[in-house]
Design a protein around this ligand. Structure first.
Ligand SMILES: NC(=O)c1ccc[n+]([C@@H]2O[C@H](COP(=O)([O-])OP(=O)(O)OC[C@H]3O[C@@H](n4cnc5c(N)ncnc54)[C@H](O)[C@@H]3O)[C@@H](O)[C@H]2O)c1
Length: 369
């Protein structure tokens, strides 16, 4: 198969969908890999690193025209719609439910569109979203520690403290992927860490892992009120799958927080778990409410595109290889998780949530693939 890797054109996007290691694996399996010139630039990957493993460097039009399968990071932008051709496989983040324009374009272009975010294992886990949650969770503590610096608007606290001076208090709400990764970083820095969840099994997992080094607390309004007041750094990491994030920290609770405390609400991409949070950008990440620094960046992994590129491609490569080796029809039949990734198959909408968003019935994958 010919696999094409265009340079991302969405403003601010610096990741790339395939690393030299991925290109190496595809070439070794007998495929051709066409990488657009400077596609890896934003992630610090040079063209010659791809060329060294047998990938071919081409102009943008050649990549789109020749490829049987396009692997990307972000959804196609309008300038890319006309590049898609009938029968081509497109594998990328798509987020089609709120994007009827893009859904229409993908149907008209007659492509087979698989979305990273709907690839789902039988246990419900989302293997191609997990790596970005890992990045965001770890980054939440790093960014929070930075904004606790006095010169950055914070309380002037070193999270680890020093001998004779107590460490900073970090409260993590939600013990899922983001939350556990935040806890790990906060513990590593030597902070005083508490984590809350509504699921006792998640709290048990933390307790087992940290042997009492991390305080686990059932998440409810009463307990939240008590811990929020003490926090130097508060991290929002909750998710109710498919729903808006629940607002757990009210503006009245924020008003009880210490002057110069920092809130990093990672769940801001789902509406946020703190009443006073609003989405911000990496260019202007913070603002202050009630003396508390608020950080609401909705695309945190974009701050560390190199790490994010490697994390994402580690997860996507096995699926890319399966699609290339077996062809899309056989690959989605052989792996139900990948099958759930199919959103549109040559004009027909397969994914139920995408179909619902344009008020149409979904076509069963078995009926077409
Ligand atoms: N801002 C960013 O750049 C960025 C990047 C990646 C992920 N995210 C977002 O971070 C959020 C968390 O993602 P995740 O992968 O960790 O999800 P996850 O499903 O792994 O974890 C969510 C956790 O929240 C818990 N929870 C639900 N309701 C709760 C409540 N009332 N109180 C306390 N805990 C509660 C769940 O039990 C679960 O353990 C999502 O909204 C995700 O979209 C944001």
């Amino acid at each position: 198969m010919i696999v094409g890797v265009p340079r991302e054109v969405k403003p601010g996007e610096q990741r790339v969908a395939l690393t030299p290691a991925g290109a190496h694996a595809l070439v070794a399996a007998g495929h051709r890999v066409l990488v657009e010139k400077d596609a890896g630039g934003g992630s610090g990957v040079r063209d010659d690193e791809y060329a060294a493993v047998g990938a071919e460097i081409h102009g943008v039009d050649d990549v789109w025209r020749s490829a049987d399968m396009i692997v990307k990071v972000k959804e196609p932008m309008p300038v890319e719609y006309q590049q898609l051709r009938a029968g081509q496989v497109l594998f990328t983040y798509l987020h089609l439910a709120p994007a009827p324009e893009l859904t229409r374009a993908l149907r008209e272009r007659d492509v087979i569109a698989l979305a990273y975010e709907t690839v789902q294992r039988a246990d419900g886990s989302l293997p191609l979203l997990t790596p970005m949650s890992e990045v965001a969770g770890r980054l939440a503590v790093q960014e929070g520690a930075f904004y606790l610096g006095r010169a950055h608007g914070g309380r002037g606290i070193l999270l680890g403290g020093v001998p004779g001076v107590p460490p900073g208090n970090v409260v993590v709400i939600g013990a899922g992927i983001v939350g556990l990764n935040a806890v790990r970083m906060a513990v590593g820095l030597g902070a005083d860490v508490s984590v809350l969840d509504v699921n006792p099994d998640r709290l048990r997992a933390v307790d087992d892992l940290y042997h009492g080094r991390v305080v686990t607390i059932m998440s409810n309004a009463f307990n939240l009120q008590a811990v929020v007041r003490r926090a130097d750094l508060l991290i929002g990491a909750v998710l109710i799958t498919g729903a808006r994030a629940p607002v757990l920290v009210t503006s009245a609770m924020v008003a009880t927080m210490k002057e110069g405390a920092v809130i990093v609400d990672v769940a801001v991409d789902q509406g946020g778990s703190v009443e006073t949070i609003k989405p911000t950008t990496l260019l202007d990440p913070t603002y202050v409410v009630s003396g508390v620094v608020h950080y609401g960046v909705a695309n945190m992994p974009a701050l560390v595109p190199r790490t994010s590129t490697f994390a994402l491609t580690n997860a996507t490569l096995p699926y890319v290889l399966a699609l290339a080796d077996r062809g899309p029809r056989e690959a989605v039949r052989a792996d139900a998780a990948l099958g759930r990734g199919v959103n549109i198959w040559r004009g027909r909408i397969v994914h139920p949530a995408v179909a619902a968003s344009v008020s149409e019935p979904a076509t069963a994958l078995d009926a077409i693939a």
